[in-house]
Design a protein around this ligand. Structure first.
Ligand code: F0G
Length: 454
């Protein structure tokens, strides 16, 4: 058995509660069968997300104690700026309060009505901001990306032939940038290869279009490059990360995932780009040396960025995910393969093949899993999709339930509990019924929407 080992020790703990199933049913009813609306007092294992929930290190907590409080010119900011340059290799850094704030600023600066943004795949907030500013997106993955039971090492690769075709059809002047998302979240945390990014760079250069890299899950993508891409098998984390960021004109990230538990940023080596974006930070976020982030969190970000260079830290989440993917797969539970990053992704389309897509199989599975186990996952299927410009429902390519494995948070016995409960639910899947909306917000409906059993 390939047992992942915790390469850290636990020194601060938080008590968990496993409430009775009757209370869990009430909690689901109170929360509109939407796991986002559950209260953590009712949740046993919180696998909703890794965002803001990765464990912090002793060094991060120590750094938070020496933060320099100042509206302008804080020393904490300069430490972070240096960390960004050392780790991501970019000279200019603009702080923002979280990843979607970077998406707002980039869309505000560059996306105009009628523009098209080609990307390997969308992330919910990235797409919402691009469409808010009148743009559209084109998702250009290879077909293999949508295959659940796959052994393709880089399902997040951009389809290079399609990219060139889309540029020819729409015209380079209507394309403000090409967006590449490291460890492509919504298809199961699947990486792209460095070679693929080089190929995207060649096309971008040919047509003079910028590349924007969403680096929120860059560390894990780099880790899988070292594992899976022959050319980099002897490279360090730092080398691979810098090669990847070096191929992009603009790098942005959610620090809630990349480095620590709050914050975000945009960085570039291009002084003109920096100037274009600079004015938007005080407008939307705060002064340029804090960007809506507390100085304590800025210190934690700086230390956390350096910690992403440590393979024994970055390996923790992907190795535990691989363990759980292999275990569930051995029990016949359909999961996205190969194992990716961020979490384990269960294929609700197969588990709930008796539930039509209009009754949200992934939402139904997430609710059922919570009911029978107290494990909170996240729907990543049609509920997470937004309606098209005519108000029609758009069905997701994949109906996934994501069970996030934040870094250094869960023990192996907790992971085995997930294995046991998910397997039981799979064996009793006929018990799961579909859902329908009773309250549907117009934007990012999955966060606060309310549903009921059909
Ligand atoms: N980009 C990616 C790839 C993300 O995964 C996220 C957030 C964002 C951008 C937005 O960043 O939350 O700091 O505003 N992903 C979280 C998740 C919410 O649960 O997957 P944010």
């Amino acid at each position: 058995e390939n047992i992942p080992l915790e390469l850290h020790k636990v020194r601060i703990v938080q008590k968990l509660h496993l409430v009775p199933i009757e209370r869990r049913l009430e909690a689901l009813q109170e929360g509109g069968f939407n796991t986002f609306r559950l209260n953590t007092k009712d949740v046993f294992l919180d696998m909703l997300t890794d965002s803001g929930t990765n464990a912090m290190s002793d060094n991060q907590l120590a750094a938070m104690m020496q933060a320099d409080d100042a509206y302008a010119g804080s020393q904490s900011f300069f430490r972070l700026q240096k960390a960004v340059e050392d780790v991501l290799g970019k000279k200019y850094y603009l702080p923002v309060h979280q990843g979607r704030a970077a998406e707002n600023i980039l869309s505000n600066a560059y996306v105009r009505k009628g523009n098209l943004v080609p990307m390997n795949y969308h992330f919910t907030t990235a797409m919402a901001h691009i469409t808010q500013y009148g743009g559209k997106i084109a998702e250009l993955l290879y077909d293999e990306a949508y295959v659940i039971n796959s052994s393709h090492p880089f399902k997040g690769n951009m389809n290079i032939e399609k990219l060139e075709e889309v540029i020819k059809v729409h015209g380079a002047k209507n394309i403000p940038f090409i967006r590449m998302e490291a460890s492509t979240n919504l298809i199961g945390g699947q990486p792209f290869s460095v070679q693929n990014l080089r190929d995207v760079r060649a096309i971008a250069d040919k047509y003079n279009i910028r590349i924007v890299l969403d680096a929120s899950l860059l560390g894990e993508n780099a880790y899988l490059v070292i594992q899976r891409e022959e050319e980099f098998k002897d490279s360090t984390m730092g080398e691979v990360m810098k090669i990847m960021t070096g191929l992009a004109d603009i790098v942005y990230f959610s620090a809630r995932k990349l480095s620590s538990s709050r914050g975000g940023g945009i960085c570039t080596d291009n002084a003109d780009i920096y100037k274009e974006l600079e004015a938007l930070v005080p407008l939307f976020e705060g002064f340029l040396t804090y960007g809506g982030i507390s100085v304590r969190e800025i210190e934690a970000m700086a230390v956390g960025l350096y910690e992403t260079l440590d393979e024994t830290m970055i390996s923790q989440s992907p190795d535990f995910i691989a363990y759980l993917v292999n275990a569930l797969d051995a029990h016949g539970v359909p999961v996205v393969k190969p194992a990716g990053v961020l979490g384990v992704h269960v294929d609700a389309m197969q588990v709930c093949e008796h539930i039509p897509q209009k009754e949200y199989p992934a939402g139904a599975l997430a609710a059922a899993l919570f009911l029978i186990s107290g494990i909170r996952g996240m729907e990543r299927g049609s509920i997470s999709n937004q309606r098209d410009e005519y108000g029609n429902e758009t069905y997701a390519d994949m109906e996934l339930v994501r069970l996030a494995v934040p870094r250094r948070v869960f023990t192996l016995s907790q992971i085995k509990y997930v294995e046991d409960r998910m397997t039981w639910l799979y064996e009793n899947r006929a018990l799961i019924g579909g859902l329908r909306f009773v309250y549907e917000p117009p934007v990012l409906r999955f966060f606060m929407g309310g549903l009921e059993p059909v």
